[in-house]
Design a protein around this ligand. Structure first.
Ligand code: NAP
Length: 553
């Protein structure tokens, strides 16, 4: 190890120095400087490792650096998304809204990077192109697009879930003469004033961008191209009041504790315990739906009858309730019906959150095109052509999602021996607790596939701690290799499959299963659906058994 300290102070005097950075072989390289990558770098630096990170962006923030589209914001509560590792950092920051926008989030990540003095260990504008395991010397050789080769004993990939944009596989995108942007690669300085704008896609990003554009009321016209309608629910964002702010200041421990010991990294809701759903009358159920509908954010998920996940009948009833709210809000009955999903239940696609989405369709200069009736066939020089007509636009916004979860790994040529990670995962993912995959020694994931799903930083935190412990153990005990056993990875992968079986998420028709990627070879839910609390308990068991399933040699 470059250092052997347990320093836990901010701006650690024991932090790696530039001499360490220049030294030939790092203890660890962290790929990615999103919210998880920053925390992983911090933890490893605090353990005294000689570590650095690289990121393709011009600064830290990952998702919040790249998704700069109008309306981009949290749908996890700001104060349980942020970091909890330092009282000084926690108390030194005030979120302005319950669900902060991307500019504020990006500012926050930069604030943390500066407070922890991590920037000196981070290299930006640098994309990793390949990572090859040197079997003889037990280290990774990582090559970047800037021509640098970085050697590290361990690599921790904190690549994020949603960073490789997908575009519709119709011909002609390069022909379009206007401006075109993907929500996931949004540049600064886009001016939509008085423009004729198309938005393609109505997932969480599309719903946010459509709402923001509609509310800003600056465009000449907006046409929304929808293939599959979504079950959107109200976010109910609002500024944090001074009273709430004062309470938050003194609640760090409780917030951290309750969100971390929950099913999905969220706070619990102060509601009466629910009986099994059949014990309530339809009227009582309706009253409960109304109650959770009035709450903020993910209450519609986590304060709902838990059986909405397993009972099609209950789920359909909840969908009927949502459909009624859409009919109430959208004036034109035909538009309302188009906006009501007909082909999936609540949760089969990750439901978007909104504040005023449906009302946007009541505006005279907003139109909705149902791509199920008139599919998109081509992008032309002037705009978008469906089977029915050609639409002309100045700007096309692609809110068409991502090659999620595995896409970011597949972009890098990751090789150990004769195999690439892409080949290894082509016919099905295999991981040990989302942390390692067999055949790739000394490669660890900070929130890899098969991790618990939910509020990302809370769900990733226990894994980042565990990865840190594994590396510290390997380095302190001077092990050259750390690798999951195949048995442990097979057992975890089976558990991931078992936990989702029989739920509506099993049929996830979106990025969570890879179903959104045309021609995807394997479609299966890629999160551990057994709950964050269960996941933490499982990591604790592995610790107690001296890291059973992970081999040090
Ligand atoms: P997404 O959920 O994958 O949605 C993509 C949209 O584009 C869908 O409506 C999809 O339609 C449509 N689409 C894709 N290909 C198309 C094609 N060829 N023609 C027409 N339409 C097409 O992607 P996203 O909206 O970027 O969201 C991804 C995830 O990011 C979310 O689920 C969420 O977890 C996260 N996110 C979070 C926030 C937040 O925290 N506030 C905000 C934004 C995103 P189909 O459904 O028919 O495929």
């Amino acid at each position: 190890m470059g250092h052997s300290t347990n320093a836990t102070v901010l701006n650690s005097p024991h932090a790696a120095t530039s001499a360490d950075i220049d030294s030939d072989v790092l203890d660890a390289l962290v790929i990615g400087a999103g919210v998880n990558g920053v925390y992983q770098l911090y933890k490893l630096r605090e353990e005294g490792l000689n570590v650095r990170s690289v990121d393709a962006g011009a600064g830290p923030g990952g998702t919040w650096h790249f998704n700069r589209y109008p309306g981009s914001r949290f749908d996890s509560d700001s104060y349980i998304y942020g970091y909890f590792f330092s009282k000084e950092i926690y108390e030194g920051w005030e979120w302005s809204e319950h669900y902060a926008g991307y500019e504020e989030i990006e500012r926050y990540v930069n604030y943390v990077v500066d407070k922890t003095d991590l920037r000196q260990l981070m290299t930006f504008n640098t994309r990793v192109e390949s990572a090859t395991f040197d079997q003889e010397n037990n280290r990774w050789e990582v090559v970047t697009n800037t021509g640098e080769t970085i050697r590290a004993r361990f690599v921790v990939a904190t690549l994020g879930l949603l960073s490789v944009p997908l575009y519709p596989p119709v011909p002609g995108r390069e022909k379009f003469a206007g401006e075109a942007y993907h929500t996931g690669e949004w540049p600064d300085g886009v001016d939509l004033k008085n423009k004729r704008v198309a938005v393609v896609g109505v997932g969480a990003s599309g719903v946010q961008v459509v709402t923001a554009i509609g509310k800003a009321d600056e465009v000449a016209e907006m046409t929304v191209f929808q293939r599959t309608a979504n079950w959107c629910s109200p976010l109910r964002n609002r500024p944090i009041t001074p009273e709430e702010q004062a309470k938050l200041k003194t609640s760090m421990k409780e917030l951290h504790h309750s969100s971390s010991n929950s099913f999905a990294g969220f706070l619990s809701y102060d509601l009466e315990a629910l009986p099994p759903w059949q014990e309530h009358t339809p009227e009582q159920r309706r009253a409960h739906f109304e109650k959770i509908w009035a709450l903020q954010g993910f209450a519609k998920f986590y304060a709902n009858y838990s059986e909405f996940r397993t009972s099609p009948e209950l789920n359909d009833e909840f969908c009927g309730f949502i459909a009624d709210t859409i009919r109430e809000r959208v004036k034109d009955p035909e538009t309302a019906e188009t906006l009501i999903p007909k082909d999936h239940r609540f949760g089969e696609k990750r439901p978007p959150f909104e504040d005023g989405y449906y009302e946007v369709f009541n505006k005279d200069n907003v139109a909705l095109v149902d791509l199920l009736k008139t599919p998109m066939v081509e992008i032309t020089e002037r705009g978008i052509k469906t089977t029915e007509q050609e639409f002309e636009f100045d700007v096309i916004i692609f809110a068409t999602g991502f090659d999620a979860i595995t896409g970011p790994y597949n972009q890098i040529d990751i090789r150990a021996g004769d195999t690439t990670l892409k080949e290894a995962w082509e016919h099905g993912l295999l991981t040990n607790h989302g942390i390692q995959t067999p055949g790739f020694p000394n490669l660890l994931f900070g929130y890899g596939p098969h991790s618990p799903g939910g509020n990302v930083p809370r769900c990733a935190e226990p894994q980042i701690h565990f990865v840190t412990e594994l590396l510290v153990k390997a380095l302190r005990e001077d092990h050259a290799r750390l690798e999951t056993t195949s048995e442990a990875a097979e057992a975890w992968t089976q558990e991931v499959a078992d936990r989702i079986a029989g739920t509506v998420f099993e049929n996830a028709k979106d990025w969570r299963s890879g179903a959104n990627v045309p021609g995807a070879k394997t479609v299966a839910y890629r999160f551990f659906a057994g709950g964050l609390d269960t996941y933490i308990a499982k990591l604790n068991k592995i610790r107690e058994a001296d890291y059973e399933g992970f081999e040090f040699s």
